[in-house]
Design a protein around this ligand. Structure first.
Ligand code: GTP
Ligand code: MG
Length: 299
């Protein structure tokens, strides 16, 4: 059997379950997930390997109409995904009222039309079917076939692993013959530093409300592996003094809680004891500053 390999680029609205699905398809916690929308900020690869296949799943931020420069950069990462896909994987939240919305001139609709017009295979994962009746799923599926006649549609639950193996098999059948692009041991294109920053950011997403998590960026300043412990020093960057005060909390309690939760998650992920040191710093309006965004890796 010839080896098959290719890029499966994942698209969808915020909160559709793209990152949860990537993790289910590669069976690892690669991409950060959260009930809040706009969790994913970077394009990130999760790689599935078996003897004859290498599927490179590429997660991306949810498609929105950007309001500030960070969001524009996030949408650039989505558009980049149009260029190198062997397969498009569109994730649609079956419980979202906008699932079959075709309001024109939105960023979402423009992208979807490009995907629909190209001749690259299109798979639609109708996600969160655990929250619908079979009849509702059927109705939704029929409407989607009308909208995307050239697609192959499969109802799944990324969270519960329902039909995700079937989805992977469908994708394997559509992959082109190609030698592996990455080492067959690789799980992602990202390193431990990136994942550590993401784990800390995930705890911030979970512990703070409203604009605070969206105004936060995490920088890993040092990551040192001793024999018995990994020492990580990270800065939490926010846009204003008021946000810094919120992150730290009264008598430092909020930061302490976030730090403890992050350390436990890091220890689990790194299979090692971790000493985590967090500092909170203000970088005024970093989300709107082109140079800062470049330096922060949103290039
Ligand atoms: N009930 C149910 N919830 C799900 C399913 N898949 C994902 N979710 C939940 O939906 C929320 C969003 O999931 P994410 O994977 O972060 O969504 P995303 O599309 O990556 O979101 P962004 O990165 O913000 O664009 C989380 O709370 C998930 O637990 C599913 O199959 N069923
Ligand atoms: Mg995501």
């Amino acid at each position: 059997m010839q080896h098959k390999a290719g890029y499966v680029n994942i698209f969808g609205r915020p909160n559709a379950g793209k990152s949860t699905l990537l993790n289910a398809l590669v069976d690892e916690r690669i991409s950060t997930t959260n009930p809040k929308a706009q969790t994913t900020r970077h394009r990130i690869l999760g790689i599935f390997n078996d003897e004859f296949h290498q599927i490179i799943f590429s997660d991306s931020p949810g498609i929105i109409d950007p309001k500030y420069k960070l969001q524009e950069r996030m949408m650039d990462q989505v558009t980049d995904q149009l260029d190198d896909a062997d397969i498009f994987l569109l994730v649609i939240d079956a419980t979202d009222k906008r699932a079959i919305d075709t309001e024109p001139n939105t960023r979402y609709q423009t992208l979807i039309e490009k995907i629909n017009k190209s001749d690259i295979p299109l798979v639609i994962a109708l996600n969160k079917v655990d929250r619908l009746t079979q009849e509702q799923v059927y109705t939704m599926g029929t409407k989607l076939i009308g909208l995307y006649p050239r697609s192959q549609i499969i109802g799944i639950s990324a969270l519960h692993g329902f039909q995700t193996d079937e989805l992977r098999q469908l994708i394997q059948s559509l992959l082109p013959e190609h030698p592996p692009y990455f080492d067959k041991e690789d799980l992602s294109d990202r390193d431990f530093r990136f994942f550590s920053a993401e784990i800390i950011r995930e705890k911030i997403m979970s512990n703070y409300e409203e604009e605070v998590p969206y105004s936060t960026h995490v920088v890993i300043n040092s990551f040192k592996e001793d024999e018995k412990i990994i020492r990580i020093q990270a800065d939490i960057l926010v846009e204003r003094e008021s946000q810094k005060a919120i992150i730290i909390g009264r008598q430092g309690k909020a930061l302490k809680k976030t730090g403890t939760e992050a350390r436990i998650a890091l220890e689990e992920f790194l299979h090692n004891k971790v000493f985590l040191e967090l500092f909170v710093k203000v970088k005024k309006d970093w989300r709107s500053d082109e140079n800062l965004l470049n330096n922060m890796g949103y290039g």
